[in-house]
Design a protein around this ligand. Sequence first.
Ligand SMILES: NC(=O)c1ccc[n+]([C@@H]2O[C@H](COP(=O)([O-])OP(=O)(O)OC[C@H]3O[C@@H](n4cnc5c(N)ncnc54)[C@H](OP(=O)(O)O)[C@@H]3O)[C@@H](O)[C@H]2O)c1
Length: 260
Amino acid sequence: MGTFAEKYGPFALVAGGSYGLGAAFAEGIARRGLNLVIVARKKDALDATAARIRDAHGVEVITIAADLADVDTVKKRVGALGVEIGLFVYDAAFVPIGPFTETTEDQLVSAAAVNVRTPLLLTKLFSTPMIQRGRGGIVLMSSLAGGQGSPNLATYAATKAFNTILAEGLWKELSPLGVDVLVCTAGAILTPGYEQAENAKPAPGTLSPATVAEKTLQALGNGPVVVPGVVNKIGRFMMTRLLSRRGAIGIMSKNTGDLS
Ligand SMILES: NC(=O)c1ccc[n+]([C@@H]2O[C@H](COP(=O)([O-])OP(=O)(O)OC[C@H]3O[C@@H](n4cnc5c(N)ncnc54)[C@H](OP(=O)(O)O)[C@@H]3O)[C@@H](O)[C@H]2O)c1
């Protein structure tokens, strides 16, 4: 049914679209001819990405500098634009790294807000008109860390599991209504966020943001799940299907146990 732009245009909103994987999503979507709304906190990075994409692809790029932890403000700012969002990509995440005993209540609240509450409420906001139009797309970002308990990333991993399960359920509910839902369960991606994590070991199968974004956009319409990269596909199969829960958590712990 139609081209990417016909199915998912005229505007895509990328939540967390100023750098890293989110900027790669914005780039890949603009290349497919859609206009963009990109949301992130730091205005300079947002403006630079918007200018680069406008120059390269000749599409309209609207920026919203806002904290996605504050979903009400984001909803108001998006509503005031009066544009039709045919594709919603939720990329941003808050990652409290380190032992749970040292994680503050504020960090837990931020993780719940940025990684769970906001993608849930924005999915509701954007899916409603998409269902009325009988077309649209929703992409939620998850992680291999969300396939089992992940020591030192326990809260983040649990929020990613939420996104996986939400997207899987909505894929089945919304595809008969014309709305494609997809969750990207990524392994390590060479983004600023990944590089900032102290003691992050170079993981096998690490991919570039451009590769992850492209494989995800290509998979939209063939949900419910995309796992970019062969190494990551094998890893996910082992961790979720072959190993016991205890075994999978033990292996994860070898990768995440030293993170701080
Ligand atoms: N990197 C990996 O290895 C990896 C692996 C598996 C899954 N993932 C998933 O991939 C996604 C992207 O991760 P990443 O590491 O690529 O992130 P990143 O490079 O650090 O980029 C995050 C983007 O989100 C924005 N952002 C973050 N918090 C925000 C907030 N509270 N409000 C508004 N915007 C916010 C950032 O801009 P501002 O800072 O200016 O707000 C930036 O545009 C996440 O969902 C993550 O769970 C990543």
